[in-house]
Design a protein around this ligand. Structure first.
Ligand code: ZN
Ligand code: ZN
Length: 271
């Protein structure tokens, strides 16, 4: 089972910019609340709960967790895997969840996934564009999921002028050149636990070369559990290991990375 991760950076608050605190992963509300408690024990002060990835109802579940925990903030949207479900009405229902106490901070994750191709590509493009248009209308930043789109994701973002309201590529797995294409447009990347993996050389090169004001850190829990917890379900409590590895490749301290990533996250999501 998931024990409490020892705090890797005692006294330095960490922010997990991308996690799935979904009852489809953690069984029920009590299971999710226990994950949040373990995150706090590991020094994680804030988490962005991604209301996307488990169908349209993900948004409702992410918002519910954010409503229960001051440290959890909600983003809502529809994952490219579920793009066939997209309707404007259901998207409007998600937006309507936002309240002054529990606002929707961003739309996503959304984008194109041509690796799995779980939804027809035309449907993926349609759901992606519709969400970008909505984000622009609402003035909200977006969280992008991009897998093997061959640069099409960038083309769509350019065409939709999405960069003005904020573009974050979560679980960034591209190379240095693609990262530079993103940051040159004003975008940000979020670095996942892959940076700790044996085969994570590209990720480490990106982590070393990315502009420091454009880096966020994430777990993408329950996936991509960082070393030394491989084989377990990932959770926000482990995000410190991502900060520590980035610090190692940049020749700085984990605390410095945690601090700047937290600052970048707050600036991006405005909290
Ligand atoms: Zn994703
Ligand atoms: Zn995700």
């Amino acid at each position: 089972m998931n024990d409490i991760a020892p705090p890797v950076l005692p006294g330095t608050p960490l922010i997990d910019s991308h996690c799935h605190l979904d009852t489809r992963v953690w069984e029920d509300d009590a299971g999710v609340d226990a994950v949040v408690a373990r995150a706090h024990a590991a020094g994680v002060s804030h988490m962005i709960a991604i209301g996307s990835g488990y169908g349209f109802t993900s948004g409702h579940r992410a918002h519910a967790v954010a409503a229960r925990h001051a440290a959890v903030h909600a983003a809502v949207g529809l994952h490219p895997h579920d793009a066939a479900e997209f309707t404007d009405e259901r998207m409007a229902d998600l937006i309507a969840l936002g309240t002054p106490e529990t606002p929707i901070l961003a739309l996503g994750e959304m984008g194109l996934d041509y690796h799995y191709d779980y939804a027809p590509r035309d449907q993926q493009r349609l759901a992606f564009r519709a969400q970008l248009a909505l984000a622009r209308e609402l003035g909200l930043p977006v969280i992008i999921h991009d897998r093997e789109s061959g640069g099409e994701t960038l083309d769509v973002l350019d065409e939709m002028r999405a960069w003005d309201t904020g573009v974050l590529f979560h679980c960034y797995t591209g190379d240095v050149a693609y990262m530079q294409a993103i940051t040159a447009r004003g975008g940000l990347i979020s670095i996942p636990g892959i940076v700790t993996f044996k085969n994570g050389d590209t990720m480490r090169e990106v982590a070393a070369k990315a502009p420091i004001d454009r880096i966020l850190i994430e777990t993408d829990s329950p996936f991509l559990t960082p070393i030394p917890f491989r084989g377990r379900k990932n959770e926000p409590a482990y995000v410190g290991y991502v900060a520590a590895k980035i610090a190692e490749v940049r020749g700085t301290t984990p605390e410095a990375i945690a601090e700047v990533a937290a600052e970048n996250t707050r600036r991006y999501f405005r909290f």
